[in-house]
Ligand binder design. Structure first.
Ligand SMILES: C[S@@+](CC[C@H](N)C(=O)[O-])C[C@H]1O[C@@H](n2cnc3c(N)ncnc32)[C@H](O)[C@@H]1O
Length: 202
């Protein structure tokens, strides 16, 4: 068995300097049971003389669970509140995304996974299949504590990135977390357009 901390040191995984998502890709692969990825990972590891692809001892606070009952993805992952809850329910995270580098650093320390960056730049087709999509998307555009610009500011349009991923991946369920102002913002008009943007199944 090889320790995650040793792999991290040898591969020089640094969430604060991961502009091209290389650390995100490698750490996602370390968690992946998709054998089609293993060739890529093997070449990375063997270059560093880690040798063969062995079972990994995830020496971090919240290691992945052994026999998962379902798969989920963690969008706007922050430092991983959703992930802890879903792992406690025996879920396996197959993809995470978070734009803030310090949140990514905390996330990696918690889960041995560097989230991918800006969700607006991620091709939904490349996201692995999953049963549940989780997203605690930014609330500032809708919160009564803010200016409530809604869709007129970038943070308010991130919902449509969730919608495009849902439309492509069709998980069994999704869990979105936001403030109550999301429902009544612009007299409920936004909430209705949110609901309408999911294409019906053929
Ligand atoms: C309300 S917080 C989510 C907190 C999270 N549920 C947790 O447990 O820590 C929203 C998060 O979305 C992230 N975010 C904002 N814009 C983003 C983007 N374009 N791509 C990915 N993450 C983004 C923020 O950095 C912030 O951490």
């Amino acid at each position: 068995m090889i320790k995650y901390s040793d792999i991290k040191n040898k591969l020089k995984i640094n969430p604060l300097k991961d502009h091209n998502n290389q650390a995100a890709l490698i750490t996602h692969l370390l968690h992946s049971d998709d054998t089609s990825y293993n060739g890529f990972l093997l070449s990375q590891l063997s270059e560093l003389e880690i040798g063969q692809f062995q079972e990994i001892d995830f020496d971090i606070p919240f290691p992945p669970i052994k026999k998962p009952l379902f798969k989920f993805i963690d969008l706007f992952a922050g430092i991983g509140g959703f992930r802890i809850a879903m792992q406690n329910l025996k879920g396996k995270c197959v993809f995470s995304s978070e734009i803030d580098r310090y949140a990514r650093k905390s996330y990696e320390l918690n889960f041995a996974e560097v989230p991918f960056g800006d969700i607006t730049k991620i091709d939904e087709k490349k996201i692995p299949d999953h049963d549940i999509l989780c997203a605690g998307f930014p609330c500032q555009a809708f919160s009564i504590a803010g200016k409530r610009k809604g869709f007129n500011e970038t943070r308010g349009t991130l919902f449509f990135d969730i919608a495009r991923i849902l439309s492509e991946k069709r998980p069994k369920a999704f869990l979105l977390e936001n403030v109550k102002g999301l429902r009544n913002h612009d007299r409920g008009k936004n909430h209705r357009s949110y609901s309408g943007c999911f294409k019906k199944r053929p």
